[in-house]
Design a protein around this ligand. Structure first.
Ligand code: PEP
Ligand code: MG
Length: 567
């Protein structure tokens, strides 16, 4: 039994698939026998083609014929005569196969990456994948591909990066176990959105578990059972059934408004990462979108998405939500969200560095592409613009100025948009919390990002489990900050929502009701449960509990009081 952070509820039972990032470094050497070296290369090509063909067959079933066809480019690049000639002549000239392959594919990569035509430029990534595949084979390493997995796989990885999850074969993943990441790391957020049981920060799990091991992931309790006994399996299977039953019981809340026990209505919306998530959120009965993390659009792409590409994504969500509100957050790059093609410098302190609105305001022309796409999409629904990581009023003012410039450009182009589009801010830094009154005077709405606010308030990295004991929403410092933000927003008459994970925390919900939170933005699978918990509290009861909680001095006391009062 291994323990880690309980990141996504549910019981996953399946077979481990340990994905270790292969180290593809090598020391170039001069082979003794060039012919044998060429044969080694030829064998690597043959094996690569064979594996890719098998992958294409699997993908035809999992993702469909059309998507599977994309992989044929890999075969073309592996078998390309021009590349083969280049590799073989380099080997004849005294290079080892690894170096010859590496240099030939790098040459082709640069050639494609610099082409005018976007379609050709996109091939550069295929070239890079083929190079990785061939090198891994030559070096005797395995590249694990998470896009096609056998049924009921338990994915075991050191770190699940947002880009890895972009094409994970989610239907076949029964559970996720990692060696890093806290409850609000992006891997955890994605795992919850995909409804995959996950336990993170399990020390050395990639060495302790072997591919092929039977594994149980107990997401709610942060436990991982490796090679369970028959008895353990039976117990966990029963728990999995019970979990499914509880989920079924929540169906009673589908289609109902979100109201407290005494009838106060609040908005219950969803956090999404791409247009497909909007469908999932709608299936879970959301009342709109409270946070569309637009950076995932950028992370899924190989270069900056164009205005049209962004417009199309935002428009899809607007149309899917009809007249319901859709808050789209502008690019929140940095921290743990890397976008390789932006070539940002590595920083000592990425969470406090050149990121989010700071990066965007430094690249106004690029930012205006996104703002223009958002404005165009606002003609198709109730889109609102949200700015991340704000720490001062200048940032909001500058964004609003850019929005006005984009509006003028669209007027000149004769393109429609919502003239009254709302611009709001995330409150996720202590600085923003402290100037909430000034920000409220110039913003159309607030959305509290507790994931970062807790981290910055407590000086505890959200992904670092060693300081996880400090990273708690129940800390009096955090609660006072939340109260202040909600009170100031309400005083100014603007909508105050919360899109951090704390909005779905069953223990915290009565406190948020008492503070006067107007909008709860949660992951799709948490929607019905959040509606149920809101329905269980009257304002008076929530106020009484909150008054008591706000007088307590430690997070442990707060949590205990909330647990004792939980319905
Ligand atoms: C937050 O910080 O609470 C938030 C919602 O944004 P993200 O998790 O993407 O940083
Ligand atoms: Mg944040």
């Amino acid at each position: 039994m291994l323990e880690g952070v309980n990141a996504s509820d549910g019981i996953g039972i399946g077979v481990a698939r340990v994905a270790v990032e292969p180290d593809l470094s090598f020391t170039p050497h001069k082979p003794e026998d060039a012919e044998a070296e060429k044969a080694r290369y030829a064998a690597a090509v043959e094996k690569f083609v064979e594996q890719t063909n098998a992958q294409i067959e699997r993908m035809k079933v999992t993702v469909g014929e059309e998507s599977a066809e994309i992989m044929t480019a890999h075969i073309e690049f592996a078998e390309d005569d021009g590349i083969k000639d280049m590799v073989n002549s380099s080997i004849d000239a005294g290079m080892c196969a690894e170096q010859a392959v590496s240099e030939a594919y790098d040459t082709y990569y640069t050639m494609f990456a610099n082409m005018e035509d976007e379609i050709f430029r996109e091939r550069a990534a295929d070239v890079a994948d083929v190079k990785t595949g061939l090198l891994a084979d030559l070096l005797g390493k395995e590249v694990v591909d998470l896009s096609t997995l056998p049924e009921n796989s338990i994915v075991v990885v050191h770190e699940l990066t947002p880009s890895m999850t972009a094409d994970i074969d989610k239907d076949n993943v029964a559970g996720i176990v990692t060696e890093t990441g806290g409850r609000t790391s992006h891997s955890a957020i994605i795992a919850r959105a995909l409804e995959i049981p996950a336990v993170l920060s399990v020390a050395d799990v990639t060495t302790l578990v072997k591919t092929g091991d039977m594994v149980v992931v107990d997401g709610a309790n942060g436990k991982v059972v490796v090679r369970p006994t028959d008895d353990e399996l039976q117990t966990y299977r029963a728990q999995a059934r019970q979990y499914a039953e509880e989920k079924a019981a929540l169906e009673a809340y589908r289609g109902k408004p979100t109201v407290t026990a005494d009838g106060d209505q609040v908005l219950l919306v969803a956090n999404i990462g791409n247009p497909d998530d909007a469908n999932v959120a709608a299936e879970h009965d959301c009342e709109g979108v409270g946070l569309f993390r637009s950076e995932f659009l950028f992370m899924d792409a190989k270069e900056l998405p164009s205005e049209d590409e962004q417009f199309s994504a935002y428009q899809k969500v607007a149309l899917r939500m009809k007249d319901k509100p859709v808050i789209i957050r502008t690019l929140d790059v940095g921290g743990d969200k890397e976008i390789p093609y932006l070539n940002l410098q590595k920083e000592e302190n990425p969470f406090m560095g050149y990121r989010a609105v700071r990066y965007c305001l430094n690249n106004p022309e690029q930012y205006k592409v996104q703002l223009t796409a958002l404005l165009r999409a606002s003609a198709f629904g109730d889109i609102k613009i949200m700015v991340p990581l704000v720490t001062n009023l200048d940032e909001i003012r500058q964004v609003k100025e850019l929005v006005e410039e984009c509006k003028a450009d669209l007027d000149a182009r004769g393109v429609a948009y919502n003239e009254n589009i709302e611009v709001g801010t995330m409150i996720e830094t202590p600085a923003a919390s402290l100037i909430a009154d000034d920000l409220a005077a110039e913003c159309d709405f607030f959305s509290i990002g507790t994931n970062d606010l807790i981290g910055y308030t407590m000086c505890a990295d959200r992904g670092n489990d060693r300081v996880g004991y400090l990273y708690e929403v129940y800390q009096p410092a955090v609660l006072r900050s939340l109260k202040r933000i909600i009170t100031e927003g309400n005083k100014a008459g603007i909508m105050v929502g919360m899109c951090g994970e704390a909005a779905a925390d069953p223990l915290l919900i009565p406190v948020l009701i008492s503070f006067g939170l107007g909008e709860f933005s949660v992951s799709a699978p948490s929607i019905l449960r959040t509606r149920r918990i809101i329905s269980e509290w009257t304002k008076e009861e929530a106020d009484a509990l909150t008054e008591k909680v706000m007088s307590l001095k430690t997070a442990a006391e707060v949590k205990a009081a909330l647990q004792a009062a939980a319905r």
